[in-house]
Design a protein around this ligand. Structure first.
Ligand code: MG
Length: 202
């Protein structure tokens, strides 16, 4: 399976990193080795001094598709959760300055903790609230209605370039409030009142 991640999908987050708000989706990928196994801690990598958390809604692709029209994209996902797009911000800034790809900053081992999936039906036609607590305090709160590109638009766009397969994940971008991860931070991620992911940084 593969993990596709959308960048800059919330205007408030694009602004906090001084990035322009995009006119079409920006995406990059993480390999399956980026998944954090359940019940494992997240080990802060030695190659970075500034690993940021980015809390994101994650959808799971439910069937094979290519060149998916936006109006049919809803047929390609049934489940949703929250995850963290861990980002070595210091390395990412170096890559950006040099115009280089982002993999060393984004695709490293354990950089994609993903929660338990829940059916997306229950949110039909309404906004989805999600958030992150660290050590019991709210750090990020998001609302799917603030996404620049909807789930359907993202699936349509990405599938023009890359075939989506059953079991692939799509991280759909972070709202504002990203920050530095410290050793012993305890992460709790929610969709509304459902706690879907818990882990600790080491
Ligand atoms: Mg992100």
């Amino acid at each position: 399976m593969k993990i596709v991640c959308i960048g800059r999908n919330y205007a408030d987050h694009a602004r906090e990193l001084n990035n322009p708000v995009p006119s079409k989706p920006v995406f990059f990928m993480k390999p399956d080795t980026a998944l954090l196994h359940p019940h494992n801690p997240f080990f802060l990598p030695e190659f970075s001094n500034d690993v940021h958390y980015e809390t994101e809604l994650v959808i799971k692709i439910s069937k094979h598709g290519k060149h998916i029209a936006e109006k049919f994209a809803y047929k390609y996902y049934e489940e949703i959760t929250v995850g963290i797009d861990f980002t070595a911000r210091d390395l990412q800034n170096e890559c950006k300055d040099k115009g280089l790809p982002w993999e060393i900053a984004k695709a490293f081992d354990q950089s994609a903790p993903v929660g338990d999936f829940i059916p997306i039906d229950q949110f039909k036609g309404r906004e989805i609230l999600f958030g992150l607590k660290i050590n019991g305090e709210w750090r990020q709160n998001g609302n799917s209605k603030d996404m620049i590109f909807s789930f359907d638009r993202i699936i349509s766009y990405v599938s023009q370039f890359i075939t989506l397969r059953k079991g692939d994940y799509i991280f759909t971008g972070t709202p504002a409030g990203v920050g530095k991860t410290m050793p012993d931070d305890e992460f709790e991620l929610f969709i509304e009142n459902q706690k879907l992911l818990v882990f600790r940084a080491k």
